[in-house]
Ligand binder design. Structure first.
Ligand code: GLU
Length: 408
């Protein structure tokens, strides 16, 4: 199934809802730039992409993913979502994404470094602080950003830390970036709960979390510390469930020692598929795309679904969930904390100014709250005729189209 076709269907719905002409919307039909290369490392070939979806609001911005399922269709969709996410978050970026198709879990550090550097050698002329600015995504991290920055600076013979974000502290990164996606999503859940679950005590709110990577792990920790009842978590190897609530610090310890959350003994082993269908209040989707599709959507029992990953719910699943009165907090709102902090990092790198982390943490909080408000107001304005996703899409798309108009 093509993920990008789903986006086209979502765009067509927005066009109809908002009465936008086909000609005006056509700037969003396809990416403005698609680059493909085959990286050659130690005699092996790795398909790699960097795609810029739109540049009306600023340079390309979005992560680089290392994953065996990476494809052009996927990178294109991810770059489209970045364009909308950046627009909705009010940060001066277009949207972009990159990826390399391979399983980094099968590679040692030397290979990872060689692949990271080869990626930059393939795409360096299209990257730069005012052209297109990568960051971490699934299975990439600060070390990979450091190798990429180093390769870029070696090729260009000058420093340019703002060409990539999510870097280690010592070379221009921000401590706040590490858990920023989770922090942003957590703040959105608080806003959502204040609106939809008013009066319910945290310990009475049951949550299941799919995915225990950077986003899912920190999200689970924050929700647990706030007293929410986390009854199930999963990673790519397994899932664990306990109706009375899981001991999250113990599970994090296990995970940090390199084991799967599925081996945790304080709960019952379940499958990933079962986790998605548990009777919880909130289901946080923090893994990959297309987790809720038309086949399992009718069986989803959570009342609220929060997309901490990009694109975890398909278009057809959206329609089924909507019919079943489920509320979905869309990815472009829920997971925008990462790229918002990337923006702080980039701005600091460009100006050379050093900003206080506490101040930036406050700014992230303000921005997340404001973004939630704007989406929620748009949604309420239409009296239930549109979803939160459609409200977010309308705001994001309107801004890109207006910027395109100004540019002529
Ligand atoms: N990969 C993250 C995302 O999907 C962050 C992108 C960035 O910081 O540029 O939003």
């Amino acid at each position: 199934m093509s993920i990008f076709e789903d986006n086209n269907r979502r765009l067509a719905d927005i066009r109809e809802l908002e009465g936008i002409s086909e000609a005006e919307m056509s700037v969003l039909d396809n990416p403005v730039q698609t680059k493909y290369a085959e990286l050659e490392v130690n005699g092996r070939k790795y398909p790699a992409w960097r795609i810029v979806y739109n540049r009306a609001l600023g340079p390309g911005k979005g992560g680089i993913r290392f994953h065996p399922d990476v494809s052009e269709d996927e990178v294109k969709s991810l770059s489209f979502w970045m364009a909308l996410k950046n627009s909705l978050a009010d940060i001066p970026y277009g949207g972009a994404k990159g990826g390399v198709k391979f399983n980094p879990k099968d590679s040692n550090q030397e290979e990872l470094e060689a692949i990271s550097r080869a990626y930059i050698r393939a795409f360096h002329e299209y990257l730069g602080e005012n052209k297109d600015v990568p960051a971490p995504d699934v299975y990439t991290n600060a070390q990979i950003m450091a190798w990429m920055l180093d390769e870029f600076e070696k090729i260009n013979g000058r420093h340019e830390p703002g060409m990539i974000t999510g870097k280690p502290l010592e070379i221009g990164g921000l401590a706040l970036r590490g858990d920023a996606t989770a922090r942003g999503g957590y703040l959105i859940i608080k806003e959502m709960a204040a609106e939809f679950l008013r009066g319910r005590r945290n310990k009475k709110i049951k949550i299941a979390i799919q995915g225990f990577g950077n986003a899912g792990l920190f999200m689970t920790e924050k929700l647990f510390n706030d007293g929410y009842k986390i009854i199930a978590v999963s990673d790519s190897q397994g899932a664990v469930y306990n109706e009375d609530g899981l001991n999250i610090p113990e599970i994090i310890k296990l995970k940090n020692s390199g084991q799967s959350v599925g081996v945790y003994s304080g709960g019952r082993k379940i499958s990933n598929a079962e986790l998605l269908e548990l009777p919880v209040d909130i289901l946080v989707l923090a893994a990959l795309e297309n987790q809720i599709i038309k086949e399992n959507a009718p069986r989803v029992r959570a009342d609220y679904l929060v997309e901490l990953a990009n694109g975890p719910i398909s278009y057809e699943a959206d329609l089924i969930l909507e019919k079943n009165k489920k509320i979905i907090v869309p990815d472009i709102l829920a997971n925008s904390g990462g790229v918002i902090v990337s923006y702080f990092e980039w701005a600091q790198n460009k100006t050379g100014q050093i900003l206080d982390e506490e101040y930036l943490r406050g700014l992230l909080g303000k921005k997340m709250k404001l973004n939630w408000r704007r989406v929620y107001e748009k949604y309420s304005e239409k009296n239930g005729a549109i979803t939160l996703r459609q409200a977010a899409y309308i705001l994001a798309i309107r801004k890109i189209l207006t910027a395109e108009k100004w540019r002529g």
